[in-house]
Design a binder for this molecule. Structure first.
Ligand SMILES: N[C@@H](CCC(=O)N[C@@H](CS)C(=O)NCC(=O)O)C(=O)O
Length: 218
């Protein structure tokens, strides 16, 4: 385990930051919160470019080393702070959990990221409704797939994506639903996702990690 306090460069409303905070809180790992105001363009500064070459959040600083990309950061946390485990023990279970994480982290979030939304707005001359329609399109496709996976009920206890305790899949899903709701995605067609989110949001680590509870919120 690292000796120095971890430092998380992040933004309260960013879903990749939120998913990372959920894992930190589920594992009870203390960390210093360093806000990077995406809404003020702070991530585009030369100074932040020195910290994160992709100019995205989060960045985790651990023992003087900077780690990028929330999937890599989350796997690092799972390896260095193994308890409580947020991946199942069996390889098939791990693959199911990682599949849900990848639908969110690789298929849904990247196409709806801030720079992509801005590009859709500027290069294709879309107003707020046009950009919202773009966001909702990719959210709907991803959520439909996850709802189908949850319905297949592979090793799932009610209230979680897999098993009877939070896994990284829940961290990805809960944080992305927060972002989807912000952009008015209709969550009505996905009752199993809704049940997982409602259950997780009652748990203290998820409460602590919630965007509204962060120092740069509001
Ligand atoms: N794949 C990266 C994405 C990081 C990322 O791009 N985060 C978003 C916030 S959710 C961001 O900083 N966007 C800034 C931009 O698009 O300009 C990860 O999972 O860490």
């Amino acid at each position: 385990m690292g000796s120095k306090m971890l430092k998380l460069y992040n933004f309260h409303a960013s879903s990749t930051s939120y998913r990372t905070r959920i894992v930190l809180h589920c594992k009870g790992i203390p960390y210093e919160y360093v806000p990077v105001r995406l809404d003020k363009g702070e991530h585009l500064s030369a100074a932040y470019g020195e910290i994160n070459p992709m100019r995205g959040v989060p960045t985790l600083e651990a023992d003087g080393v900077r780690l990028y990309q929330s999937p890599a950061i989350i796997e690092y946390l799972e390896e260095v702070y193994p308890a409580p485990a947020m991946l199942p023990k069996d390889p098939v279970g791990r693959a199911h959990v990682r599949a849900i994480a990848a639908i969110v982290g690789a298929d849904m979030h990247p196409v709806n990221n801030l720079r992509i939304r801005n590009f859709v707005r500027d290069a294709y001359k879309q107003d707020a409704d046009g950009v919202k329609a773009w966001i909702q399109r990719w959210n709907e496709q991803g959520f439909a797939a996850i709802e189908t996976i949850l319905r297949a009920d592979r090793g799932r206890a009610p209230g979680f994506c897999y098993g009877d305790a939070p896994t990284i899949a829940d961290a990805y899903l809960v944080s992305h639903v927060f972002s989807a709701v912000r952009f008015k995605t209709d969550m009505g067609p996905y009752p199993l996702i809704g049940a997982v989110v409602a259950n997780c949001e009652r748990l203290e680590p998820f409460v602590q990690a919630h965007p509204s509870r962060q120092p740069d919120a509001g």
